[in-house]
Write a protein that binds this ligand. Structure first.
Ligand code: GLC
Ligand code: CA
Length: 533
Protein backbone atom coordinates (compact mmCIF):
# COMPACT_ATOMS: atom_id res chain seq x y z
CA UNK A 1 0.00 0.00 0.00
CA UNK A 2 1.43 3.34 -0.99
CA UNK A 3 1.43 6.29 1.38
CA UNK A 4 -1.12 8.14 -0.75
CA UNK A 5 -3.46 5.18 -0.58
CA UNK A 6 -3.61 5.58 3.19
CA UNK A 7 -4.20 9.31 2.91
CA UNK A 8 -7.19 9.13 0.60
CA UNK A 9 -10.27 11.11 1.50
CA UNK A 10 -12.64 10.24 -1.30
CA UNK A 11 -15.78 11.78 -2.71
CA UNK A 12 -18.09 9.81 -4.96
CA UNK A 13 -19.65 11.51 -7.96
CA UNK A 14 -22.70 9.99 -9.60
CA UNK A 15 -22.29 11.82 -12.88
CA UNK A 16 -25.90 11.60 -14.01
CA UNK A 17 -26.98 13.66 -11.02
CA UNK A 18 -24.08 16.01 -10.39
CA UNK A 19 -24.32 18.99 -12.70
CA UNK A 20 -25.85 19.42 -16.15
CA UNK A 21 -24.37 22.08 -18.43
CA UNK A 22 -26.26 21.60 -21.71
CA UNK A 23 -29.83 21.44 -20.47
CA UNK A 24 -30.54 17.83 -21.44
CA UNK A 25 -31.38 17.03 -17.83
CA UNK A 26 -28.39 14.71 -17.41
CA UNK A 27 -25.27 15.64 -15.48
CA UNK A 28 -22.10 15.74 -17.57
CA UNK A 29 -18.32 15.93 -17.46
CA UNK A 30 -18.30 19.67 -18.13
CA UNK A 31 -20.53 19.96 -15.09
CA UNK A 32 -17.95 18.17 -12.99
CA UNK A 33 -15.17 20.37 -14.38
CA UNK A 34 -17.14 23.40 -13.22
CA UNK A 35 -17.27 22.02 -9.68
CA UNK A 36 -13.62 21.13 -9.20
CA UNK A 37 -12.96 24.19 -7.09
CA UNK A 38 -15.90 23.26 -4.91
CA UNK A 39 -14.33 19.82 -4.38
CA UNK A 40 -10.94 21.32 -3.66
CA UNK A 41 -12.47 23.58 -1.03
CA UNK A 42 -14.28 20.67 0.55
CA UNK A 43 -10.82 19.26 1.13
CA UNK A 44 -11.17 15.83 -0.46
CA UNK A 45 -8.18 14.52 -2.40
CA UNK A 46 -9.74 11.72 -4.47
CA UNK A 47 -12.83 11.34 -6.62
CA UNK A 48 -14.56 8.06 -7.37
CA UNK A 49 -16.56 8.59 -10.53
CA UNK A 50 -19.44 6.18 -11.14
CA UNK A 51 -19.49 4.80 -14.71
CA UNK A 52 -19.40 7.32 -17.53
CA UNK A 53 -18.77 4.81 -20.34
CA UNK A 54 -21.13 4.24 -23.28
CA UNK A 55 -24.13 2.26 -22.05
CA UNK A 56 -27.74 1.62 -23.00
CA UNK A 57 -28.54 2.68 -19.44
CA UNK A 58 -30.48 -0.33 -18.23
CA UNK A 59 -28.71 0.05 -14.85
CA UNK A 60 -27.58 3.68 -15.18
CA UNK A 61 -24.20 2.92 -16.69
CA UNK A 62 -23.40 -0.29 -14.79
CA UNK A 63 -24.17 -2.01 -18.09
CA UNK A 64 -21.22 -0.99 -20.23
CA UNK A 65 -21.19 -1.35 -24.01
CA UNK A 66 -17.70 0.09 -24.60
CA UNK A 67 -15.02 -0.08 -21.93
CA UNK A 68 -12.75 2.45 -23.59
CA UNK A 69 -15.14 5.25 -24.43
CA UNK A 70 -17.08 8.05 -22.77
CA UNK A 71 -20.86 8.10 -23.10
CA UNK A 72 -21.91 10.90 -25.47
CA UNK A 73 -24.43 12.20 -22.92
CA UNK A 74 -21.53 12.76 -20.51
CA UNK A 75 -19.12 14.27 -23.04
CA UNK A 76 -16.05 13.27 -25.01
CA UNK A 77 -12.75 11.65 -24.23
CA UNK A 78 -11.13 15.09 -24.64
CA UNK A 79 -13.41 16.50 -21.97
CA UNK A 80 -12.65 13.52 -19.80
CA UNK A 81 -8.91 14.26 -20.12
CA UNK A 82 -9.53 17.91 -19.34
CA UNK A 83 -11.40 16.86 -16.20
CA UNK A 84 -8.57 14.52 -15.20
CA UNK A 85 -5.98 17.30 -15.70
CA UNK A 86 -8.17 19.69 -13.76
CA UNK A 87 -8.32 17.23 -10.88
CA UNK A 88 -4.61 16.52 -10.91
CA UNK A 89 -3.69 20.20 -10.98
CA UNK A 90 -5.77 20.60 -7.81
CA UNK A 91 -4.16 17.64 -6.06
CA UNK A 92 -7.20 15.41 -6.59
CA UNK A 93 -6.81 11.84 -7.84
CA UNK A 94 -9.37 9.98 -9.91
CA UNK A 95 -10.75 6.49 -9.38
CA UNK A 96 -12.91 5.15 -12.15
CA UNK A 97 -15.57 2.51 -11.80
CA UNK A 98 -14.40 -0.89 -12.99
CA UNK A 99 -17.44 -2.96 -13.91
CA UNK A 100 -16.02 -6.24 -15.09
CA UNK A 101 -18.27 -8.88 -13.63
CA UNK A 102 -20.58 -8.24 -16.56
CA UNK A 103 -20.99 -6.09 -19.65
CA UNK A 104 -24.06 -4.76 -21.39
CA UNK A 105 -25.79 -7.20 -23.74
CA UNK A 106 -25.09 -4.49 -26.33
CA UNK A 107 -21.32 -4.76 -25.88
CA UNK A 108 -19.85 -6.06 -29.14
CA UNK A 109 -18.40 -9.09 -27.33
CA UNK A 110 -21.87 -10.21 -26.32
CA UNK A 111 -23.44 -9.30 -29.65
CA UNK A 112 -20.91 -11.67 -31.27
CA UNK A 113 -21.13 -14.22 -28.47
CA UNK A 114 -24.84 -14.78 -28.99
CA UNK A 115 -24.51 -15.12 -32.78
CA UNK A 116 -23.54 -18.79 -32.79
CA UNK A 117 -22.21 -21.53 -30.55
CA UNK A 118 -18.90 -21.58 -32.39
CA UNK A 119 -18.32 -17.84 -32.49
CA UNK A 120 -14.84 -16.94 -31.12
CA UNK A 121 -16.58 -14.74 -28.52
CA UNK A 122 -18.94 -17.49 -27.35
CA UNK A 123 -16.73 -18.30 -24.36
CA UNK A 124 -16.49 -14.68 -23.27
CA UNK A 125 -19.76 -15.31 -21.44
CA UNK A 126 -21.30 -18.14 -19.44
CA UNK A 127 -23.57 -20.29 -21.61
CA UNK A 128 -25.26 -23.48 -20.48
CA UNK A 129 -27.62 -26.03 -21.98
CA UNK A 130 -31.13 -26.26 -20.55
CA UNK A 131 -31.60 -28.93 -17.89
CA UNK A 132 -34.83 -30.85 -18.46
CA UNK A 133 -36.09 -27.94 -20.51
CA UNK A 134 -35.41 -25.51 -17.66
CA UNK A 135 -32.80 -23.10 -16.35
CA UNK A 136 -29.46 -24.77 -15.56
CA UNK A 137 -29.90 -24.05 -11.83
CA UNK A 138 -32.06 -22.12 -9.36
CA UNK A 139 -29.94 -18.99 -9.11
CA UNK A 140 -31.92 -15.78 -8.77
CA UNK A 141 -30.72 -12.44 -10.19
CA UNK A 142 -30.12 -9.48 -7.89
CA UNK A 143 -32.81 -7.51 -9.69
CA UNK A 144 -35.36 -10.32 -9.53
CA UNK A 145 -36.23 -13.38 -11.62
CA UNK A 146 -33.93 -16.19 -12.71
CA UNK A 147 -30.24 -15.44 -13.20
CA UNK A 148 -30.47 -17.34 -16.52
CA UNK A 149 -31.91 -16.00 -19.75
CA UNK A 150 -32.78 -18.33 -22.60
CA UNK A 151 -31.53 -17.31 -26.02
CA UNK A 152 -33.70 -18.76 -28.79
CA UNK A 153 -31.14 -18.39 -31.54
CA UNK A 154 -28.59 -20.82 -30.11
CA UNK A 155 -30.83 -22.74 -27.71
CA UNK A 156 -28.78 -22.05 -24.57
CA UNK A 157 -29.07 -19.95 -21.44
CA UNK A 158 -26.63 -17.20 -20.45
CA UNK A 159 -25.92 -16.19 -16.87
CA UNK A 160 -26.70 -12.71 -15.53
CA UNK A 161 -26.38 -12.07 -11.81
CA UNK A 162 -27.98 -8.65 -12.34
CA UNK A 163 -30.41 -7.61 -15.11
CA UNK A 164 -30.77 -9.70 -18.24
CA UNK A 165 -29.12 -6.83 -20.07
CA UNK A 166 -25.99 -7.44 -17.91
CA UNK A 167 -24.58 -10.82 -19.01
CA UNK A 168 -21.77 -12.11 -16.78
CA UNK A 169 -18.31 -12.36 -18.29
CA UNK A 170 -16.59 -15.73 -18.22
CA UNK A 171 -13.42 -15.12 -16.20
CA UNK A 172 -12.37 -18.73 -16.69
CA UNK A 173 -11.48 -17.70 -20.24
CA UNK A 174 -7.88 -16.36 -20.32
CA UNK A 175 -8.75 -14.11 -23.27
CA UNK A 176 -11.33 -12.30 -21.16
CA UNK A 177 -8.79 -11.74 -18.43
CA UNK A 178 -6.26 -10.39 -20.92
CA UNK A 179 -8.84 -8.01 -22.43
CA UNK A 180 -9.69 -6.66 -18.97
CA UNK A 181 -6.03 -6.20 -18.00
CA UNK A 182 -5.38 -4.37 -21.29
CA UNK A 183 -8.38 -2.13 -20.70
CA UNK A 184 -7.20 -1.31 -17.17
CA UNK A 185 -3.79 -0.40 -18.55
CA UNK A 186 -5.44 1.83 -21.15
CA UNK A 187 -7.01 4.00 -18.42
CA UNK A 188 -4.00 3.89 -16.11
CA UNK A 189 -1.70 4.91 -18.96
CA UNK A 190 -4.00 7.88 -19.53
CA UNK A 191 -3.33 8.95 -15.94
CA UNK A 192 -6.25 7.55 -13.99
CA UNK A 193 -5.13 6.69 -10.44
CA UNK A 194 -7.18 3.64 -9.59
CA UNK A 195 -10.53 1.93 -9.55
CA UNK A 196 -13.56 1.13 -7.50
CA UNK A 197 -14.24 -2.46 -8.49
CA UNK A 198 -17.91 -3.23 -8.93
CA UNK A 199 -19.21 -6.47 -7.31
CA UNK A 200 -15.69 -7.80 -7.76
CA UNK A 201 -15.93 -10.90 -5.60
CA UNK A 202 -18.48 -12.26 -8.09
CA UNK A 203 -15.99 -12.70 -10.92
CA UNK A 204 -15.21 -16.27 -9.87
CA UNK A 205 -18.44 -18.25 -9.55
CA UNK A 206 -19.05 -21.09 -7.19
CA UNK A 207 -21.50 -23.33 -9.02
CA UNK A 208 -21.69 -25.74 -6.10
CA UNK A 209 -23.80 -23.18 -4.23
CA UNK A 210 -27.60 -23.26 -4.22
CA UNK A 211 -27.81 -19.44 -4.39
CA UNK A 212 -26.23 -17.06 -6.89
CA UNK A 213 -22.93 -15.56 -6.03
CA UNK A 214 -19.23 -15.32 -6.17
CA UNK A 215 -16.26 -15.82 -3.87
CA UNK A 216 -15.54 -18.73 -6.17
CA UNK A 217 -12.39 -20.86 -6.05
CA UNK A 218 -10.35 -18.71 -8.46
CA UNK A 219 -11.13 -15.25 -7.08
CA UNK A 220 -7.70 -14.68 -5.52
CA UNK A 221 -5.89 -15.96 -8.57
CA UNK A 222 -7.84 -13.69 -10.96
CA UNK A 223 -7.28 -10.61 -8.80
CA UNK A 224 -3.60 -11.32 -8.35
CA UNK A 225 -3.22 -11.65 -12.09
CA UNK A 226 -4.79 -8.21 -12.65
CA UNK A 227 -2.54 -6.83 -9.96
CA UNK A 228 0.57 -8.11 -11.68
CA UNK A 229 -0.48 -7.27 -15.22
CA UNK A 230 -1.89 -3.80 -14.68
CA UNK A 231 -2.44 -2.42 -11.19
CA UNK A 232 0.88 -2.90 -9.45
CA UNK A 233 3.06 -1.52 -12.28
CA UNK A 234 1.05 1.72 -12.06
CA UNK A 235 0.87 1.85 -8.27
CA UNK A 236 -2.90 2.03 -8.68
CA UNK A 237 -5.34 2.07 -5.77
CA UNK A 238 -8.27 -0.34 -5.83
CA UNK A 239 -11.27 -0.64 -3.59
CA UNK A 240 -13.48 -3.68 -4.08
CA UNK A 241 -17.22 -3.62 -3.75
CA UNK A 242 -17.62 -6.85 -1.83
CA UNK A 243 -20.89 -7.60 -0.10
CA UNK A 244 -21.22 -10.13 2.67
CA UNK A 245 -17.58 -10.77 3.56
CA UNK A 246 -16.20 -11.41 7.02
CA UNK A 247 -13.18 -9.36 8.15
CA UNK A 248 -11.02 -12.46 7.67
CA UNK A 249 -12.16 -12.80 4.06
CA UNK A 250 -11.54 -9.10 3.49
CA UNK A 251 -8.01 -9.50 4.84
CA UNK A 252 -7.42 -12.32 2.38
CA UNK A 253 -8.26 -9.93 -0.45
CA UNK A 254 -6.37 -6.91 0.83
CA UNK A 255 -3.50 -7.97 3.06
CA UNK A 256 -0.24 -6.28 2.13
CA UNK A 257 1.50 -9.42 0.86
CA UNK A 258 -1.50 -10.69 -1.10
CA UNK A 259 -1.11 -8.49 -4.17
CA UNK A 260 -4.83 -8.39 -4.89
CA UNK A 261 -6.92 -5.35 -3.93
CA UNK A 262 -5.79 -2.36 -1.87
CA UNK A 263 -8.94 -2.39 0.21
CA UNK A 264 -12.62 -3.31 0.18
CA UNK A 265 -15.84 -1.64 1.25
CA UNK A 266 -17.72 -3.22 4.11
CA UNK A 267 -21.43 -2.50 4.33
CA UNK A 268 -22.53 -4.61 7.27
CA UNK A 269 -23.76 -1.61 9.29
CA UNK A 270 -25.85 -0.53 6.29
CA UNK A 271 -27.96 -3.66 6.63
CA UNK A 272 -29.35 -2.38 9.94
CA UNK A 273 -32.91 -1.13 9.98
CA UNK A 274 -33.81 -3.82 7.43
CA UNK A 275 -35.46 -7.11 8.34
CA UNK A 276 -32.94 -9.80 7.30
CA UNK A 277 -31.17 -7.17 5.24
CA UNK A 278 -34.21 -6.70 2.98
CA UNK A 279 -34.06 -3.04 1.98
CA UNK A 280 -37.81 -2.81 1.45
CA UNK A 281 -38.66 -4.23 4.87
CA UNK A 282 -38.03 -1.61 7.59
CA UNK A 283 -37.34 -2.24 11.27
CA UNK A 284 -35.94 0.07 13.98
CA UNK A 285 -32.18 0.59 13.76
CA UNK A 286 -30.13 -1.03 16.50
CA UNK A 287 -27.76 1.85 17.31
CA UNK A 288 -25.51 -0.17 19.53
CA UNK A 289 -25.05 -2.71 16.76
CA UNK A 290 -24.11 0.12 14.38
CA UNK A 291 -21.08 0.96 16.51
CA UNK A 292 -20.28 -2.66 17.36
CA UNK A 293 -20.16 -3.63 13.69
CA UNK A 294 -17.85 -0.75 12.82
CA UNK A 295 -15.62 -1.65 15.77
CA UNK A 296 -15.52 -5.28 14.71
CA UNK A 297 -14.16 -4.21 11.31
CA UNK A 298 -11.68 -1.80 12.90
CA UNK A 299 -10.23 -4.62 14.99
CA UNK A 300 -10.59 -7.20 12.24
CA UNK A 301 -8.52 -5.31 9.69
CA UNK A 302 -6.07 -3.59 12.03
CA UNK A 303 -3.30 -6.11 11.54
CA UNK A 304 -2.79 -5.80 7.82
CA UNK A 305 -5.33 -3.65 6.01
CA UNK A 306 -7.40 -0.49 5.98
CA UNK A 307 -11.17 -0.42 6.33
CA UNK A 308 -13.19 1.93 4.17
CA UNK A 309 -15.41 4.29 6.14
CA UNK A 310 -18.65 4.65 4.23
CA UNK A 311 -22.31 5.22 4.98
CA UNK A 312 -23.73 6.40 1.66
CA UNK A 313 -23.38 5.69 -2.03
CA UNK A 314 -25.58 5.53 -5.13
CA UNK A 315 -27.06 2.20 -3.98
CA UNK A 316 -28.22 3.46 -0.60
CA UNK A 317 -30.91 5.79 0.67
CA UNK A 318 -29.49 8.76 2.60
CA UNK A 319 -27.90 7.75 5.92
CA UNK A 320 -29.62 10.59 7.73
CA UNK A 321 -33.09 9.26 6.94
CA UNK A 322 -32.38 5.85 8.40
CA UNK A 323 -29.82 6.45 11.13
CA UNK A 324 -30.34 10.09 12.06
CA UNK A 325 -33.25 12.23 13.17
CA UNK A 326 -34.17 14.38 10.23
CA UNK A 327 -37.20 15.90 11.97
CA UNK A 328 -35.70 17.22 15.17
CA UNK A 329 -31.94 17.03 14.86
CA UNK A 330 -31.02 17.16 11.19
CA UNK A 331 -27.78 19.09 11.74
CA UNK A 332 -26.78 17.34 14.95
CA UNK A 333 -27.43 13.83 13.71
CA UNK A 334 -25.79 14.41 10.31
CA UNK A 335 -22.64 15.77 11.94
CA UNK A 336 -22.61 13.16 14.73
CA UNK A 337 -22.75 10.33 12.18
CA UNK A 338 -19.83 11.91 10.32
CA UNK A 339 -17.76 12.27 13.51
CA UNK A 340 -18.54 8.75 14.69
CA UNK A 341 -17.65 7.18 11.35
CA UNK A 342 -14.80 9.35 10.12
CA UNK A 343 -13.05 9.44 13.47
CA UNK A 344 -12.19 5.79 12.88
CA UNK A 345 -9.11 4.30 11.27
CA UNK A 346 -9.65 3.84 7.58
CA UNK A 347 -10.30 5.54 4.28
CA UNK A 348 -13.26 7.93 4.29
CA UNK A 349 -15.63 7.88 1.34
CA UNK A 350 -18.22 10.65 1.12
CA UNK A 351 -21.10 10.49 -1.34
CA UNK A 352 -22.26 13.60 -3.18
CA UNK A 353 -24.85 15.47 -1.13
CA UNK A 354 -23.85 13.75 2.09
CA UNK A 355 -21.74 16.83 2.83
CA UNK A 356 -24.98 18.85 2.89
CA UNK A 357 -26.72 16.48 5.28
CA UNK A 358 -29.32 15.59 2.66
CA UNK A 359 -32.17 13.33 3.61
CA UNK A 360 -34.23 11.18 1.27
CA UNK A 361 -36.33 12.96 -1.34
CA UNK A 362 -40.07 12.23 -1.30
CA UNK A 363 -41.42 9.96 -4.02
CA UNK A 364 -45.18 10.05 -4.35
CA UNK A 365 -45.76 7.37 -6.94
CA UNK A 366 -43.91 4.58 -8.71
CA UNK A 367 -43.75 6.74 -11.85
CA UNK A 368 -41.25 9.00 -10.13
CA UNK A 369 -38.70 6.19 -9.80
CA UNK A 370 -36.09 5.37 -12.43
CA UNK A 371 -34.12 2.54 -10.81
CA UNK A 372 -34.52 -0.91 -12.35
CA UNK A 373 -34.15 -2.60 -8.96
CA UNK A 374 -36.93 -0.50 -7.41
CA UNK A 375 -39.30 -0.89 -10.33
CA UNK A 376 -38.77 -4.68 -10.48
CA UNK A 377 -39.20 -5.04 -6.71
CA UNK A 378 -42.37 -2.95 -6.80
CA UNK A 379 -43.85 -5.15 -9.54
CA UNK A 380 -42.86 -8.36 -7.77
CA UNK A 381 -44.31 -7.26 -4.43
CA UNK A 382 -47.44 -5.93 -6.08
CA UNK A 383 -47.98 -9.26 -7.84
CA UNK A 384 -48.08 -11.05 -4.46
CA UNK A 385 -51.30 -9.15 -3.73
CA UNK A 386 -50.21 -8.76 -0.10
CA UNK A 387 -49.73 -4.99 -0.04
CA UNK A 388 -51.84 -1.91 -0.66
CA UNK A 389 -50.50 0.74 -3.03
CA UNK A 390 -49.79 2.94 -0.04
CA UNK A 391 -47.75 0.22 1.64
CA UNK A 392 -45.81 -0.39 -1.54
CA UNK A 393 -44.96 3.29 -1.90
CA UNK A 394 -43.76 3.38 1.73
CA UNK A 395 -41.54 0.36 1.14
CA UNK A 396 -39.96 1.84 -1.96
CA UNK A 397 -39.47 5.15 -0.18
CA UNK A 398 -37.55 3.36 2.57
CA UNK A 399 -35.20 1.29 0.49
CA UNK A 400 -34.97 2.61 -3.06
CA UNK A 401 -31.57 3.36 -4.51
CA UNK A 402 -33.17 6.40 -6.17
CA UNK A 403 -33.27 8.07 -2.72
CA UNK A 404 -29.57 8.70 -3.16
CA UNK A 405 -29.72 9.47 -6.87
CA UNK A 406 -31.68 12.71 -7.13
CA UNK A 407 -29.66 15.68 -8.41
CA UNK A 408 -27.27 17.75 -6.31
CA UNK A 409 -29.03 20.87 -5.05
CA UNK A 410 -26.55 23.60 -5.92
CA UNK A 411 -28.70 26.73 -5.66
CA UNK A 412 -32.12 27.87 -4.54
CA UNK A 413 -33.01 28.46 -8.20
CA UNK A 414 -35.08 26.29 -10.50
CA UNK A 415 -34.26 22.54 -10.24
CA UNK A 416 -31.68 23.43 -7.60
CA UNK A 417 -29.39 24.81 -10.29
CA UNK A 418 -28.74 21.27 -11.50
CA UNK A 419 -30.18 21.78 -14.97
CA UNK A 420 -31.88 24.40 -17.10
CA UNK A 421 -33.95 21.61 -18.66
CA UNK A 422 -36.05 18.73 -17.37
CA UNK A 423 -34.05 16.54 -14.99
CA UNK A 424 -33.86 12.80 -15.75
CA UNK A 425 -35.18 12.14 -12.23
CA UNK A 426 -37.01 14.53 -9.94
CA UNK A 427 -35.01 17.09 -8.02
CA UNK A 428 -35.70 17.83 -4.41
CA UNK A 429 -34.62 21.20 -3.13
CA UNK A 430 -35.36 21.89 0.53
CA UNK A 431 -34.77 25.23 2.20
CA UNK A 432 -31.34 25.25 3.80
CA UNK A 433 -30.13 22.19 1.91
CA UNK A 434 -28.37 23.74 -1.06
CA UNK A 435 -24.68 24.41 -1.56
CA UNK A 436 -25.43 28.09 -2.08
CA UNK A 437 -27.10 28.48 1.33
CA UNK A 438 -24.71 26.25 3.22
CA UNK A 439 -21.62 28.02 1.91
CA UNK A 440 -22.94 31.25 3.44
CA UNK A 441 -23.95 29.66 6.73
CA UNK A 442 -21.04 29.25 9.13
CA UNK A 443 -22.99 26.59 11.03
CA UNK A 444 -23.92 24.37 8.09
CA UNK A 445 -23.26 20.67 7.56
CA UNK A 446 -21.10 21.63 4.57
CA UNK A 447 -18.84 23.88 6.62
CA UNK A 448 -18.70 21.22 9.30
CA UNK A 449 -17.51 18.61 6.78
CA UNK A 450 -14.82 21.04 5.63
CA UNK A 451 -13.53 21.34 9.20
CA UNK A 452 -13.70 17.61 9.80
CA UNK A 453 -11.78 16.78 6.64
CA UNK A 454 -9.10 19.35 7.46
CA UNK A 455 -8.60 17.83 10.91
CA UNK A 456 -8.37 14.32 9.54
CA UNK A 457 -5.54 15.47 7.33
CA UNK A 458 -3.75 17.44 10.04
CA UNK A 459 -3.84 15.10 13.04
CA UNK A 460 -1.65 12.00 12.56
CA UNK A 461 -3.53 10.01 15.23
CA UNK A 462 -6.75 10.48 13.26
CA UNK A 463 -5.11 9.43 10.04
CA UNK A 464 -3.35 6.33 11.27
CA UNK A 465 -3.81 5.86 15.02
CA UNK A 466 -4.68 2.53 16.57
CA UNK A 467 -8.37 2.05 17.37
CA UNK A 468 -9.79 0.97 20.74
CA UNK A 469 -13.44 0.90 21.76
CA UNK A 470 -13.86 1.99 25.39
CA UNK A 471 -17.63 2.15 25.69
CA UNK A 472 -20.78 1.33 23.75
CA UNK A 473 -23.82 1.38 26.01
CA UNK A 474 -27.20 3.07 26.14
CA UNK A 475 -26.55 4.72 22.79
CA UNK A 476 -23.33 6.38 23.91
CA UNK A 477 -19.96 5.34 22.57
CA UNK A 478 -16.35 6.27 23.21
CA UNK A 479 -13.35 5.12 21.26
CA UNK A 480 -9.75 6.25 21.05
CA UNK A 481 -7.21 6.57 18.28
CA UNK A 482 -3.61 6.49 19.42
CA UNK A 483 -0.35 7.15 17.64
CA UNK A 484 3.09 7.97 19.05
CA UNK A 485 1.72 8.98 22.45
CA UNK A 486 -0.99 11.17 20.97
CA UNK A 487 -4.56 10.10 21.73
CA UNK A 488 -7.82 11.29 20.21
CA UNK A 489 -11.05 10.47 22.06
CA UNK A 490 -14.26 10.26 20.06
CA UNK A 491 -17.40 10.41 22.16
CA UNK A 492 -20.81 10.23 20.51
CA UNK A 493 -24.38 10.37 21.70
CA UNK A 494 -26.49 8.37 19.25
CA UNK A 495 -29.81 9.34 20.78
CA UNK A 496 -32.49 12.05 21.10
CA UNK A 497 -31.95 12.40 24.84
CA UNK A 498 -29.12 13.77 27.00
CA UNK A 499 -26.81 11.62 29.10
CA UNK A 500 -23.97 12.26 31.55
CA UNK A 501 -20.49 12.64 30.08
CA UNK A 502 -18.99 9.12 30.23
CA UNK A 503 -16.48 8.50 33.03
CA UNK A 504 -13.88 7.16 30.65
CA UNK A 505 -13.32 10.66 29.27
CA UNK A 506 -10.45 12.03 31.38
CA UNK A 507 -10.41 15.62 32.61
CA UNK A 508 -8.34 18.27 30.91
CA UNK A 509 -8.70 17.22 27.26
CA UNK A 510 -8.58 19.71 24.41
CA UNK A 511 -11.59 19.91 22.10
CA UNK A 512 -10.72 19.36 18.44
CA UNK A 513 -14.23 19.28 17.03
CA UNK A 514 -17.69 19.52 18.54
CA UNK A 515 -21.08 19.65 16.87
CA UNK A 516 -22.50 21.76 19.71
CA UNK A 517 -21.20 25.14 20.86
CA UNK A 518 -19.95 23.94 24.22
CA UNK A 519 -18.88 20.95 26.26
CA UNK A 520 -20.69 20.40 29.55
CA UNK A 521 -21.27 17.66 32.12
CA UNK A 522 -23.78 16.03 29.83
CA UNK A 523 -23.85 14.99 26.19
CA UNK A 524 -26.70 16.66 24.32
CA UNK A 525 -28.89 14.82 21.78
CA UNK A 526 -26.64 13.58 18.96
CA UNK A 527 -23.67 15.43 20.36
CA UNK A 528 -20.26 14.23 19.28
CA UNK A 529 -16.86 15.53 20.37
CA UNK A 530 -13.37 14.81 19.16
CA UNK A 531 -10.97 15.46 22.06
CA UNK A 532 -7.20 15.41 22.04
CA UNK A 533 -5.03 14.44 24.94
C1 GLC B 1 -23.00 -2.57 -7.93
C2 GLC B 1 -23.35 -1.15 -8.24
C3 GLC B 1 -24.80 -1.09 -8.56
C4 GLC B 1 -25.07 -1.95 -9.76
C5 GLC B 1 -24.54 -3.37 -9.57
C6 GLC B 1 -24.45 -4.10 -10.86
O1 GLC B 1 -23.64 -3.03 -6.79
O2 GLC B 1 -22.97 -0.31 -7.20
O3 GLC B 1 -25.25 0.22 -8.76
O4 GLC B 1 -26.44 -2.00 -10.02
O5 GLC B 1 -23.26 -3.38 -9.02
O6 GLC B 1 -23.42 -3.57 -11.65
CA1 CA C 1 -26.02 17.23 -19.80
Amino acid sequence: MKQWHKEIIAYQIYPRSYCDTNGDGIGDIKGIIGKLDYLKELGINTVWLSPCYPSPGDDNGYDISDYRGIAPEYGSIEEFKEMLDGMHSRGIRLLMDLVVNHTSDEHEWFVKSRESRDNPYRDYYIWRDPVDGHEPNEWVAAFGGSAWEYDEKTGQYYLHLFSKKQPDLNWENPKVRQEIADMINYWLDMGVDGFRCDVINNISKDFTRPYAGGNGPRLHEFLHELHVRALEPHGAFTVGETWGLTPAQALDLTGEARGELTTTFQFEHLLLGRVNGDKFDPEPVDRKAFVDILAKWEYGLASDSYPVLVMENHDQPRALSRFGDRENYPYESATMLAMLLYGMRGIPFIYQGQELGLHDPTFNSIDEYRDIETINAYNELKATGKFTEDELIKKMQYGSRDCGRTPMPWTTGSEGGFTSGTPWIKTQVDAGFTVEEQERDEKSVLNFYRKLIKLRKEIPALADGEFALLLNENNTSVYTRTLDGETVYVVSRFDESECPMPDCIPAGLTVLLNNYDSVGDTLKPFQSIWFKK
